[in-house]
Design a protein around this ligand. Structure first.
Ligand code: R5P
Length: 293
């Protein structure tokens, strides 16, 4: 197996190559003056099992284009198989055409990847796993919640309460609790589709004088996390940490979450950021090995 690091996931690709103890072939990338992307694989991938590592967080269109170019270049060179490891999977929220004439964008991206030679995809905590089921390619959705929970356990947070939100909340919190073992709970959140304002269910929580780790798949505007942190604070928690798989946040957003009462915000390198303290390399590595078996 050979790892090809995409321009958006250089660090993660290196960590993945170390985890799998496998070879990495650099991919040269530059932008032409008009903004178009140039990609060149700097080695021979003929007859090789190739893994492209490229997240597609914003600027997603540019990163998806780079991924198409990498895949097609590997296919043209005669790679034996091409797997795309896409930790943050852009466009996966549109899981069908809701209105007549609407594009089913997740399908478009997958169909184009298939045309470029990709035969399998590994992703991490896809926002809408349902979107993946109807697509014409095997897609493995791995979870980074255990590696986030292990991070906190190693930071002396064993026994902390795992809290999560939304419909997927209870399973996320339960997954974290299998490592932190301090009990778990979840609360519902709702976003006003017009104003973007988030309201959090005022549910009584058994967190008085406890350490609490709040897990979410994404922190973007930080509204959901900040509101949840405030509620947990009011419920009497001693220390609160905000954890997410895909940190799409700015420094301003982190500040807002800290001001709401969190001690720290922690994310993964699924999206490289200033809060990416945890790597998803072992998560993707395990998924790739499992797929091989
Ligand atoms: C919602 O369904 C997601 O799980 C996240 O809670 C949401 O994407 C976070 O967004 P924001 O940080 O903008 O509130």
């Amino acid at each position: 197996m050979i790892i090809l690091p995409g321009p958006a996931s250089q660090g993660l690709a290196n960590r993945l190559a170390n985890t799998l103890r496998t070879r990495l072939i650099p991919v040269f990338h530059k932008k032409f003056p008009d903004g178009e992307n140039y990609i060149r694989i700097e080695g021979n991938v003929q007859d090789e099992e190739v893994v492209l590592v490229q997240t597609t967080s914003p600027p997603q269109d540019e990163r998806i284009m780079q991924l198409f170019l990498m895949a097609d270049a590997a296919r043209s060179q005669g790679a034996k198989t091409i797997v795309a490891a896409i930790p943050y999977f852009a466009y996966s929220r549109q899981d069908k055409a809701f209105l007549q004439g609407e594009a089913f964008s997740a399908k478009t991206v997958v169909d184009l990847l298939s045309k470029c030679g990709v035969s399998r995809i590994v992703t991490v905590n896809c926002h809408n796993p349902r979107a993946l089921r109807s697509l014409n390619m095997p897609i493995y959705d791995a979870s980074a919640i255990p590696v986030l929970a292990e991070y906190f356990r190693n930071q002396d947070c064993e026994g902390a309460v795992s809290l999560s939100m939304g419909k997927k909340g209870s399973s996320t919190a339960e997954e974290a609790d299998s490592i932190l073992k301090g009990g778990y709970d979840y609360i519902m959140t709702q976003r006003n589709p017009h104003t973007g304002e988030v309201t959090v269910e005022r549910k009584p929580l058994n967190v008085k004088n406890r350490h609490v780790i709040i897990f979410d798949d994404i922190i973007s505007s930080g509204r959901t996390m900040a509101q949840t942190v405030s509620h947990v604070k009011k419920e009497g928690a001693e220390k609160i940490y905000a954890a997410c798989v895909h940190p799409l946040l700015s420094t301003e957003v982190r500040k807002r979450i800290i001001e709401s009462g969190a001690t720290e915000v922690v994310g993964t390198d699924s999206v490289p950021s200033f809060v990416s303290a945890v790597s998803v390399a072992p998560v993707i590595g395990r998924a790739l090995r499992r797929e091989e078996a």
